[in-house]
Design a protein around this ligand. Structure first.
Ligand SMILES: [Zn+2]
Length: 206
């Protein structure tokens, strides 16, 4: 656990679109498989916190630390990695596809739709169409950002104006790189990005 109370972490982790309810009840079926992101680009780094006890529950929630995404979404992320590598940077991934069983566990802990997507609707992570990422340098060291991944204070907002110039520049660089390859961010979490066509993917699994 980091230096936050469990309640703050719980509230922080699930605000907004990262796990927010999806309004789309008319999503089209896509047959794209979930693929390991590590297979589409060897340079992408990972810190899958739900596969360790280092998350707000203090429990390991994922059976595997393999990060999965829909195939074309993973391909987009590979292109972002190439784009960043050209300037000596890269991606570090915190979360991708999230099984519904994990969504249910989160809902048990925090049954509040303001913070957790109800499992009967699912989140965009449950569709394999959302990813949580940050920037690293060529040695894999995380670049300064306005907050950590598990922070949901106002400082995590995409347009927060109170961060240092370096953190602000890094946050905006990440956003620009992701948007250039077909992702869109959300207002409340600088690290969360949805594939722009996320509505085309149904929730995967049970
Ligand atoms: Zn997210």
């Amino acid at each position: 656990m980091r230096g936050f109370s469990a309640a703050v972490l719980v509230a922080a982790l699930f605000v907004g679109g990262c796990a927010g309810p999806d309004e789309s009840a008319t999503s089209r079926v896509s047959d794209e498989p979930l693929v390991p992101v590590a297979d589409v680009h060897p340079g992408i780094r990972f810190d899958i916190r739900y596969a360790t006890a280092d998350n707000f529950t203090g429990e390991r929630l994922y059976a595997s630390d393999a990060c999965l995404l829909r195939a074309s979404v993973a391909d987009r992320l590979a292109r972002v990695q190439d784009r960043l590598a050209a300037e000596g940077l890269g991606l570090l991934v915190f979360d991708g596809y999230r099984p519904l069983s994990v969504q249910r566990k989160m809902w048990e802990l925090v049954p509040d739709p303001r913070y957790v997507a109800p499992p009967d609707r699912g989140s965009r992570h449950n569709r394999g169409a959302a990813v949580d990422v940050t920037l690293v340098d060529a040695a894999g060291r995380r670049l300064e950002m306005p907050t950590d991944h598990d922070d949901f204070t106002e400082a995590a907002h995409r347009d927060y104006a109170g961060a240092t110039p370096t953190a602000t520049a890094n946050r905006d660089k990440l956003r620009a790189a992701m948007e250039a390859e077909g992702f869109e961010g959300i207002g409340t979490e600088w690290w969360h990005f949805d594939a722009v066509n996320w509505r085309e993917y149904d929730v995967v699994g049970k």
